[in-house]
Design a protein. Sequence first.
Length: 350
Amino acid sequence: MGTLKYDEDAIAEMCSQIDLLDYANMTMDFEKRGSDSYSTHCPLHIDKTPSLFITPSKNLFHCFSCGVGGTIINWLMTFEGLSFDEAIKRISEITGTDVTKLKQSNAMQYYKRLQKAMGSTKNDQNPEAVRVDLDPSELDKFSKDIPKDWENEGIKPGVMEIFNIRYDPRSNRIVYPVYAADIDELKNGRNCTLIGFKGRTLYKNYEELGIKKYMNYKPIGITSYFGGMKEQFHRINELKKVVIFEGLKSVMKAYGWGYDYSLSAETSYLNESQVKILIKLGIKDVTIAFDTDVPMKKILDCTQLLRRFTNVFVIQDRKRKKDKLLDEKDAPVDKGREVFEILLNERRKI
């Protein structure tokens, strides 16, 4: 039958009906540690000091030694060897939920009806109209307990703290804030306006599950901003140069290596609004560092206007197969600092 596509909110609601600590205690012995945590030895490795913790208030588990963690779904997959579909079936049996009601198709039909009723098809004509300025306290709705996934990929915890990376346990997503790119406000030393949150799923098989890799938590309209601008504006404005990656994860990797003048386009294309931001800043040196699967024609198209005002360079992997440093779909930072610096030094002007 294949893997079913589920609605994330329905799954989260179903999981909330199971007390993870009670379930885990049926096969492991947890002892109370502090006001809101219980610990035991992790069975996945030699664990002299208990490193597997459950936080009842969040209904989540995490091992501080090997990094596994998540919801009851992750528990069943990790410690009972179930597939995702099998874990969903087990939870539905425990909670008495009809698993067919979790299919995403029902939720997507509702979503499309809702979007149509809201007139969302007009967003392209008036992309800013859907935005709502948010109070900075909205960020506190998400957990500060960052999963180990990004740290294992080479992003330092201190860097993630600078970029206000959070975790949404309900949908198992890493979350980061989105700020408006108001250059005048930034130049005058004022804080950027919070306009939304973006989340990246931690489910490895998100495509099979029909889950979006990235999602916006709030309507943002057209991407008239850059990820990382708030944190690095003054340095970029001082140097008048920038490296532009597709995603914020790449920006943070580069930042950890001392490259504190990079931004994320949040896609593999620079739109007109983003180009105007760079022109307004008077950037003299722009390096496009998109993933290896982005065709050169696409880069030339989206930088056509920008190249009239500034020098634009592109990072590309070496052409000959035996000389290549990256794999297919890699970002230029994915193979470490040394490879990135080689590619940066070999960038070419377009």
